[in-house]
Design a protein around this ligand. Structure first.
Ligand SMILES: C[S@@+](CC[C@H](N)C(=O)[O-])C[C@H]1O[C@@H](n2cnc3c(N)ncnc32)[C@H](O)[C@@H]1O
Length: 282
């Protein structure tokens, strides 16, 4: 009897998620079920109530990661929550490019600018053992970043948090010309763009939108990267599909060469393409 009630609730939840416009209702429902019913035994009223609340939140387009409290990225589990950017599959293009094209090891130094909860930087560290500095301005993101570094015991192995604004080049003076790789997934959406509610309404605006048609923080990234990278050091930036030309010009103006933009279909999904531009410091 209880089980058939659960079956009914599950079917109803799926229908409401579909009606709400959630783009992957089956996977989201599966994740929410996993959160509440991962233990043995029939669903009790308390768990059912929690399940229904989470489905209602997802229908209100609260990001799935904020509801679950975690997101998986690059075979690692990151804690996330309200007020921080939830790492996206799209950023795997940066991690994969590094694995396929560079030979980083424990002697290599990497800066992850606009690091958020640390997904890209920690993924690179976990796959290469490189020393990684995660630069982040926002206090809530810094809190989650510290937790992720702690949970992965990455602090003891050379991952550090730098609480800083990437526009403050003076703060990074001691690192000038010493870094092998800079990676960044900065805010790059032009202000005023209408996005899916998960990003347009339920993410911090400072993690999504940027002035100057979305490229202000890409400018800052290129400027800082140009300062801290060694000669022949590599810069990888994630950005929007329509920004290829602008990003290319920005990198060129900051002294980068061999500039190449690629769209990775393996890491693109219904919510957007995975686009990165790579440049080498001349
Ligand atoms: C699109 S989110 C990406 C987070 C992370 N790189 C990821 O892919 O999951 C951009 C991040 O940049 C941070 N940010 C925005 N402006 C910044 C600045 N001037 N200096 C440092 N971080 C900044 C935001 O707080 C946010 O965490």
């Amino acid at each position: 009897m209880i089980h058939s009630q659960f079956e009914y609730d599950r079917a109803k939840a799926l229908a409401t998620l579909m009606d709400a416009g959630v783009w992957d209702p089956v996977q989201d429902l599966q994740a929410i079920i996993g959160k509440h019913f991962h233990t043995e035994g029939p669903p009790d009223p308390q768990r059912m109530a929690g399940f229904r609340q989470d489905v209602a939140e997802r229908c209100a387009r609260i990001p799935l990661g904020h509801i679950l409290g975690y997101v998986d990225f690059a075979d690692l589990r990151f804690v996330v929550g309200t007020g921080v950017f939830v790492p996206r599959l799209q950023s795997m293009a940066i991690v994969q490019w590094i694995e396929q094209n560079l030979s980083l090891d424990a002697r290599s130094s990497v800066y992850d600018l606009c690091a958020g909860v640390g997904a890209i930087g920690l993924a690179i560290w976990s796959r290469t053992a490189a020393k990684v500095v995660c630069v982040e301005i926002d206090e809530i993101a810094q809190t989650y970043l510290k937790r992720n570094i702690l949970r992965m015991s990455a602090g003891e192995q050379g991952v550090t948090l730098c609480e800083a604004n990437i526009n403050r080049i003076d703060v990074f003076e001691s690192a000038r010309g010493s870094v092998d790789v800079v990676v960044a997934n900065p805010p790059y959406v032009p202000q005023g763009t209408v996005l899916l509610p998960e990003w347009g309404v339920n993410h911090p605006a400072g993690a999504i939108f940027a002035p100057d048609e979305g490229v202000a923080l890409i400018q800052s990234t290129a400027r800082l990267a140009s300062s801290v990278l060694k000669p022949r050091g590599t810069l990888l930036i994630e950005h929007g599909e329509s920004q290829e030309q602008q990003v290319g010009l920005i990198l060129k103006s900051h002294g980068f060469c061999s500039i190449c933009t690629s769209v990775n279909e393996d890491f693109s999904d219904a919510t957007g393409s995975s686009v990165i531009t790579v440049g080498i410091k001349a």
